[in-house]
Design a protein around this ligand. Structure first.
Ligand SMILES: [Zn+2]
Length: 98
């Protein structure tokens, strides 16, 4: 499946295979857009330009970004950060007990 991503660092729209987190061009963090691949490829050139212009506004970008809660990657990230917090605390505890 192809998904539409936007990189605010290079201000470009990237069509990527699967849910990607990082820009293939600048390695910056990507936003996955709610717009479907089929919808995007059927857009006129002017519509795409307009979309890019809208995405340069952070509020518009937030409104057009797919909810990260629904993606598998986000769940994995949550689990990862939760276990990091645990390790951090147990490390602290060990440091204080000596
Ligand atoms: Zn980029």
């Amino acid at each position: 499946m192809m998904y539409i991503h936007y990189c605010k660092h290079c201000q470009r729209i990237h069509i990527l295979n699967g849910h990607k987190n990082y820009c293939p061009r600048c390695c910056g963090h990507l936003s996955e857009l709610k717009i479907s691949y089929m919808k995007y490829v059927n857009m006129e050139k002017e519509e795409r330009l307009l979309l890019r212009r809208r995405l340069s506004d952070p509020r518009e970008l937030a409104a057009l970004t797919a909810s990260p809660k629904k993606t598998h990657e986000y769940a994995k990230w949550l689990q990862l950060s939760a276990s990091n917090v645990e390790n951090y605390h147990s490390g602290n505890y060990a440091a204080y007990s000596h």
